[in-house]
Design a protein around this ligand. Sequence first.
Ligand SMILES: Nc1ncnc2c1ncn2[C@@H]1O[C@H](COP(=O)(O)OP(=O)(O)OP(=O)(O)O)[C@@H](O)[C@H]1O
Ligand SMILES: [Mg+2]
Length: 442
Amino acid sequence: MIRLLLVCLDDQTRLFLLKHLSNKEYVFSVANSHKKAWEILKQKECDVIVAGHKLPRTSALDFVKEISKKSLLPVIVISGQPEVKDATQAIRNGACDFLVLPLRPVELKKAIIQALRAKKMMLENIRLKKTFMENKSNLIGTSSAMQRVREQILQVAPTKSTVLIIGESGTGKELIAESIYNLSPRVGKPFVKVNCGALPESLLESELFGHEKGAFTGALSKRKGRFELADSGTIFLDEIGEMPLSMQVKLLRVLEAGEFERVGGENTIKVNVRVIAATNKNLEEEVKAGRFRADLYYRLNVFVIEVPPLRDRQEDVLLLAHYFLHQFARESKKDVKGFTPEVEKAFLSYNWPGNVRELKHVIERAVILARSPYVGMDSLPPKLHTVAEPSAFITLPLGLKMEQIEKIIIEKTLTYTKGNKQAAAEMLGISLATLYRRLKEM
Ligand SMILES: Nc1ncnc2c1ncn2[C@@H]1O[C@H](COP(=O)(O)OP(=O)(O)OP(=O)(O)O)[C@@H](O)[C@H]1O
Ligand SMILES: [Mg+2]
């Protein structure tokens, strides 16, 4: 049963709705004023609001705005006048549809179904966000870059879309792939990981697609490949940039048609597998150099998540450092609580070529070596002792756009101030709010 609340509809429209929407599928509540509508909403559950767009016009638009602010209920507005600006305003105020009289029953039913679908998606999104928050220990980071990554994960997880994760080594690509899987409807189904760079070409094919008995010397029995094992689930193709060209053709076929043959086999096998791929290579350059197929690149490039290196996420460095410290302290049952100020300073100045993985290792080692509750410089490896102070100069190549220059200047200033936004804003002569806005736009 779909519960409709009809608000401020003229008699004719209301009767039309009651006539054309079958009683078996719909239950109706009727409110002749916005005030009455609010009273009903307090007492009853409802799925969709159908609101009339009678005079006074502004009050109808305000009603839509208020509803969309206070609830997740989808509102369909029905109007006697096909005014584009009213329609635009209604949608801007949060209406999910704007229909013009005279109504056609099919059109109306379609609008209701769409409204319900939109509501379901919204609820799903909220559920996912909540799950994410509950599991937040997984993917640490409050930098705008990490927030964007999280948003992208939430957007793509519920779909079946192929995802390409790009980032330097140790930035957390595998962790992101795991998050996508955990938040997807395929959670609980197989999650198969393959490192495409770790196997020689001949083995990779049989690893991915399996082989028949006797397909090659040593193939003593039939073996299922990773794609077959991942059927109905998800496959994570790590280091996809290392995949030999001959295998790329076969992968493209799986991505496009969901089919392949085992090595030495004739039967075509069909699978339903979601693909998540990751690489630390610049695939566009690999394509230009002829090492990566352009068609496969475009097929993989549908939804890309770029993970910035840790040195560009100053904000996350100390957060991650403390997170790992507590994790290792707990595991090793050592009473280590934090870092000395010099250690934190060294962490912020170092440029972390090995990214989060390097930071994690540095801290694991520091916890082992620590002799007091606060990790001191003596527990850090030599590379962190020789950290140069961030440079007070910025060198820019000619030919950059103003927008790019601004971005670099903001980033470098933040590095110089070791992530202190207030200090950076002061140095740049802009307000803190402006700096936040710029960072958001970057
Ligand atoms: N944002 C993060 N929050 C918590 N832990 C993280 C984060 N990013 C990375 N890590 C940890 O750092 C380590 C390296 O991450 P991961 O293996 O996902 O990196 P990667 O990008 O796949 O690296 P590579 O390209 O070398 O395979 C892992 O132990 C992971 O748990
Ligand atoms: Mg990895």
